[in-house]
Write a protein that binds this ligand. Structure first.
Ligand code: NDP
Ligand code: HSE
Length: 434
């Protein structure tokens, strides 16, 4: 039977994303009611500081700095969690579900760390738990992975899932400018996490990899098991080398099944991406995720990956879904595929770019190449570079593992012809994007 009583919604957090969600609940009420089949009533907004002036025209009585009391009211249909961080977000989401509310969240840190507990709580209490906005911002990705591809076998995912780092690297590529200024801009645009370390050190992308693995591979991987390298060490010289090689530096997230095994490998790292790869021209804070499925083949999901307005679209989409299900009397948790294994995460093998500063490129090449080859690192191509009176060899290696490369580079650094510490970065080739 249709229930057309207003659905009560509480919003926890009214920052970059929460502000846009509340604005749309206020301005799009009739349209949302039409799609849901019942009006939506905003009954509370929890923030840290209720005295802060906010650019929102809402009833002043809605503000509270006591989110726990709000979620425990017992009459809330849907709690929208937009606080960030794992606590008190975890405790509030659990309390909300225990008191009968469905939960919509954009919080990848929360889902990566406590996804199993939250899904279990949702199932026990027969409520929805939806988090489309937690990966790739506005881009519909989690529902296609869980539902549309539910009958297929996903074999590999490679993507750009952090808008802040893509914005920073894009600015460095376009302007030749530095890391700090570009990051400052990303923070100003509202793309970054409350602590942008999470973005630039790859923690945010690693959390998203965990969520993607749970839906695509039905596998529970702890966030600490994701191989993770951030972008803080990326320099203007790396960016320029990439450009000279017909590549562009991106922070990529790769999920793949280990050959012949059930294990999955999850990794987040900067890579010099070939210009012909579908990820190479992803600009600004956009995200793109290439999903390879056994039957569907390659599928590309792409669009705005961060920012309050685009992210509000994904949050509102989940809100409409959860609300519609309530109206129709479906009080069960959204289906979640069973978690069937714990992954063991091995170190990745990759081709690499190497930059070896040398005293004289013409004479150093033989020595550097010999040391690399004897250390087990195959060499593909070699380029000589000279800038500001400094000479360097730029080499592209064949596939190698991290430990072998590290040992070989230590031997290279000890050569008398090598004038400064060698640098390296992984390569992502065009064939890996087909
Ligand atoms: P903000 O830091 O801009 O906003 C956080 C909000 O939560 C603020 O309103 C803050 O209150 C409130 N808050 C934080 N802690 C508490 C607490 N203990 N009690 C009450 N209120 C609290 O974050 P964003 O809007 O950027 O992000 C929110 C979530 O969405 C995060 O999980 C983030 O990862 C995710 N996300 C963000 C995207 C983006 O582009 N920004 C995109 C996709 C997901 P006050 O205003 O008083 O400080
Ligand atoms: N800080 C995140 C990013 C927000 O830059 O991608 C979107 O999840």
């Amino acid at each position: 039977m249709m229930n057309t009583a207003p659905l009560k919604v509480a919003v926890l957090g009214c920052g970059v994303v929460g502000t846009e969600v509340v604005r749309r609940l206020h301005t799009s009420g009739p349209a949302l009611a039409g799609r849901i089949g019942a009006p939506v009533e905003l009954v509370g907004i929890a923030v840290r500081d209720t005295r802060r002036r906010r650019d929102l025209d809402v009833d002043p009585g809605l503000w509270t700095d006591d989110p726990l009391a709000l979620v425990k009211r017992g009459d809330i249909d849907i709690v929208v969690e937009l606080l960030g961080g794992t606590e008190p977000a975890r405790a509030l989401a659990v309390a909300a579900m225990e008191h009968g509310a469905g939960v919509v969240s954009a919080n990848k840190a929360l889902l990566a760390e406590h996804g199993p507990l939250l899904h279990e709580t949702a199932a026990v209490h027969g409520v929805d738990l939806l988090y489309e906005a937690s990966v790739a911002g506005a881009v519909p990705l989690l529902r296609p992975l869980r539902d549309s591809l539910g009958g297929d076998r996903i074999t590999r995912i490679v993507g750009i899932v952090n808008g802040t780092t893509n914005y920073v690297l894009d600015r460095m590529t376009e302007t030749g400018g530095g890391f700090a200024a570009a990051l400052h801009e990303a923070v100003d645009h509202g793309y970054a996490e409350a602590d942008p370390t999470a973005d630039v050190e790859g923690l945010d992308a690693a959390a998203k990899a965990v969520i993607l693995a749970s839906l695509a591979f039905h596998t529970r991987v702890p966030p600490t098991a994701v191989h993770r390298e951030g972008i803080t060490e990326v320099t203007a010289v790396d960016v320029a080398d990439a450009r000279d090689l017909g590549r562009v530096v991106k922070l990529v997230t790769v999920l793949e099944r280990a050959v012949g095994q059930d294990d999955v490998l999850l990794r987040v790292h900067p890579a010099m991406v070939a210009r012909a790869h579908p990820l190479a021209d992803v600009r600004g804070a956009d995200n793109a995720v290439l999903v390879e499925a056994a039957d569907a083949g390659p599928l590309l999901f792409r669009g705005a990956g961060a920012g309050g307005v685009p992210t509000s679209s994904a949050v509102l989409g989940d809100l409409v879904t959860a609300a519609r299900r309530r109206v129709l009397g479906h009080r069960g948790a959204a289906p979640q595929a069973a978690v069937k294994q714990t992954a063991s995460v091995a170190g990745p093998r990759s081709r690499h770019h190497l930059r070896v500063p040398v005293t004289d490129a013409a004479t150093a090449l033989d020595d550097v190449a010999a040391v690399l080859r004897s250390g087990g690192v195959g060499i593909g191509t070699v380029h000589r570079r000279r800038a500001a009176g400094q000479e360097a060899l730029v080499l592209l290696t064949k596939d190698t593992d991290d430990a072998t490369l590290r040992t070989a580079l230590e031997a290279v650094a000890a050569l008398p012809c090598v004038s400064a510490a060698p640098r390296s970065m992984r390569l992502l080739d065009a064939e890996e994007g087909r």
